[in-house]
Design a protein around this ligand. Sequence first.
Ligand SMILES: [Zn+2]
Ligand SMILES: [Zn+2]
Length: 426
Amino acid sequence: MRFKRVKGTRDILPGEALARRELEQMVYEKFSRAGFLPILTPTFEAYELYQRSTGQASDIVIKEMYRFADMGGRDLALRPEATPSVMRAVLENHLKIPIRLWYAMTMFRQDKPQKGRYREHTQIGAEIVGEAEPEADIELVKLGYDLFTDMGIKGMYLELNTIGCRKCRPGYTEKLVEFLKEHQEELCSDCKVRMKRNPLRVFDCKVKSCQAVLKNAPSQREYLCEDCKLHFDQVKRGLEGFSIPYQENDRLVRGLDYYSRTVVEFKSRLLGAQDTLCGGGRYDYLAEELGGPPTPATGFAFGVERALLVSKGEEVFDFTQSPIPLLLLPLGDEARGYSLRLLFKLRDAGISVQAEFRPGGLSRKLKHADARNAERVLIVGEDEIAKARFILRDMKTGEQSKVTIEEVQSIPELKIHPPLLTSGED
Ligand SMILES: [Zn+2]
Ligand SMILES: [Zn+2]
C-alpha cells in the first residue's frame, strides 16, 4: 500500500463510528431537555487564544499544542480543548446569556504518539455560560453522572474541590509560596519553576519527593472567603441530594487564573486511581481573560475514546456482519431500471433495502446475496414486473412466496432502524 495514516492518527471504522453516533445521540437527547444547544467552532484558531487561556501556565499544553503558520504567516493552532473557542464564539457572536451549549469536536495535541494517546481525539463537553449559582455546577455534574451511568460505566465517583475566587485565592497562594520556599531544596526543578510562575500547579507534580513535601502544604480550604465556602457547601449538599458519591480532594487544582471555585473530576474504580474519565469546573474569569465582560461559567468535558473503552471495552458492533434486510435481485436490463426505481419507492415506505446489480443469473445472484448477509431477497424478473407479483425468498429457510409491492411494504421486519439504534446490549 502506498499510503498510510499519519503517525498518531487513527481510522474510526464503522463499528466504533456507530457507537459514537449512539453516544452523541444520547448526549443530544439528555442535554437538549436541559436546554443545551449544540455548537461547533473552527478546528483551528489564533495560537494566542489558546496560549492566553489554556497554555499560559501549563507547560504541557504549550509543548503539545499543534502550532503552525499558514501561508499568510498567521500564527495558528489546532484546537487543544474547546472551552476557549466556545467562550470566544459566545463573545464574538454576542450570544445572549445565560446560554447552555454542548459540543462533540476533535481536539489535537502534538505529543509523542503512544498507546491509547492520539494526536487527534474527540471530546464531548457542555458549558453553562452566564450562571454563577451553585445549582449550575450541580446540574452539570448530575447530567454527566447520569450520562455515564446510562453508558453502563460502573464504579463511578467524583473528586471534588474548590479553588476559591479572586478575593480569597491570592491570600492562599501567598501562603503556599511561603511554604514552598521553605522546602525549596526538596522540590524537583519543574516545581521550582512552577513555584514562581504558577504555584498551584505543583499539586500536579508526579515526582515522589515533591508529593511527600506537598502532603503538609497549606490547603486552600482554610483560606476560603465566606462566599466561596457557601458555594462549596451548596454544591456538596446538592450532590448529596442526588446521592452522587464524591470524595473531597483539596489537592485537585486547575493551574489557570481563570478557573474558580468548583473543580470536579469523574473517576471510575475500574480505571485505577490515576485515570480520570471527565474533568470540569467553574471558569468565571475566562471571558474577561479573552477581553469580554465579567461572565461566570461552568462546564465539563470528556474524551470519547476513553469513555467508550470503559463502557464497551473492545467490543463494538461488528459491521462486517451487518445484515441486509431486503436485497433486490434484478434479472435482465429492464429489471435493472425497474429495481433502481423500486429501491427508492420502498425506502420512502420505510424499508431497508439494497439491490444486487452485479451481472449474473439467478443462481449467481443468490450466491452474492448469501455473501452479503441478505436476510430476504426479492427476485425481479421481466415476467414478475409484467404481472406485478414478485418472488420473495427467505434466505435462511429457503421459503418462497409470491408477493405484490404493497405486501412487501407491509412486512414489519423490513422496517428496521439504522444499525446504531439496534446494536445496543438489549
Ligand atoms: Zn472566595
Ligand atoms: Zn515536582
